[in-house]
Design a protein around this ligand. Structure first.
Ligand code: AMP
Length: 120
């Protein structure tokens, strides 16, 4: 059970952080939470999210960018723990055109196979 800043009761990922909705956790610290994607698109597919409700990367600014920087510093630790020595992809979808389905900032970590060359 973790507190979420700017908690949105209607947000799936806020409720995952709080433990109200189950997830397979792979990492947690005071500022972020990481868990396995429920519909993996690669052998390793992990979502890393801030413990602050921020709708997407489009809401990052000078006041909250440190949180995104923290997540980007944590991702290599998660990738190493997952054995992603061959490389991996970091993705953050923003808005409808990018296919964002959960309006809580998240970074996908995808790896464990040779990923598609095409990104869009
Ligand atoms: P996006 O489409 O970029 O917004 O990514 C949202 C991701 O959340 C998708 O890859 C979903 O498979 C994943 N997802 C949705 N619900 C859950 C859940 N309950 N537990 C884990 N991952 C989820």
């Amino acid at each position: 059970m973790s507190d979420v800043k700017n908690y949105d009761p209607d947000c799936l990922f806020c409720n995952i952080i709080r433990g109200d909705i189950p997830s397979t956790k792979v990492y947690e610290d005071d500022a972020c939470f990481a868990f396995r994607d429920i519909a993996p698109q690669a052998p390793t597919h992990i979502l890393v999210i801030p413990k602050t409700h921020i709708a997407s990367a489009d809401e990052l600014n000078a006041d909250n960018a440190a949180l995104a920087a923290h997540i980007l510093a944590v991702i290599p630790q998660i990738a190493a723990a997952e054995g992603l020595t061959g490389g991996y992809r970091i993705v953050s979808n923003v808005g409808g055109d990018a296919g964002q389905t959960v309006r809580h900032l998240h970074f996908h970590i995808l790896g464990g196979k040779r990923l598609e060359d095409q990104m869009a």
